[in-house]
Write a protein of this length. Structure first.
Length: 181
């Protein structure tokens, strides 16, 4: 299982699972969303280039070392997340759909053949001058979802990851406003 397993202010919301009776997969889902004060194209770009991802990806205290990265449908990101306690977590993401700048679908596990890999869909919606990002994650089983939440703190890790993204984006915007890159 991956490291991300994968009080909330108004711009940020997370649920351990959907409460909708309409969803037959609710007990296997995690949905996390956040509003980021930046244009959708910039927020989307932060997910598409390794130079960005390596600066913000993961929960607080984690760092990322990329082995390979190819952002395209069928491409993969092979990387290691280094936990604050020194534990390394082998990670692998394959992109299954890319619709710039609105949507990214992916499969995330420890390796290409991980039977416990989960699927995530990220959506990017303009919200005035900001962007609402939603990460919808679906696990193969309720047990794997519960393990991700309880053992790997997936909801809190997801919140922290999106907070790290927001801080990184704010830094980019600030530098652009100051006239530097």
């Amino acid at each position: 299982m991956s490291a991300t397993g994968r009080g909330a202010p108004a711009q940020f919301a997370a649920t351990g699972q959907k409460t909708s009776a309409r969803s037959a997969t609710a007990d296997r889902e995690i949905v996390i969303s956040r509003v980021i004060s930046a244009p959708r194209e910039l927020v989307f770009e932060a997910f598409t280039q390794v130079r960005h991802l390596s600066r913000w990806w993961g929960p607080d205290g984690f760092t990322t070392t990329t082995r390979t990265f190819e952002f395209r449908v069928g491409g993969a990101w092979d990387f290691v997340m280094h936990g604050p306690d020194g534990t390394d977590y082998q990670e692998w993401i394959a992109w299954t759909e890319i619709a710039a700048p609105e949507r990214i679908a992916l499969r995330h596990g420890e390796s290409r053949d991980d039977p416990n890999a989960f699927e995530s869909v990220l959506t990017f919606a303009s919200d005035g001058t900001a962007t609402r990002i939603e990460m919808h994650t679906l696990f193969p089983t309720k047990e794997l979802r519960d393990e991700a939440v309880e053992k790997y703190h997936a909801v809190e890790g997801g919140r922290q990851t999106l907070n790290n993204l927001a801080e990184y984006i704010a830094e980019i915007v600030r530098k652009e406003e100051e006239g530097g890159n």
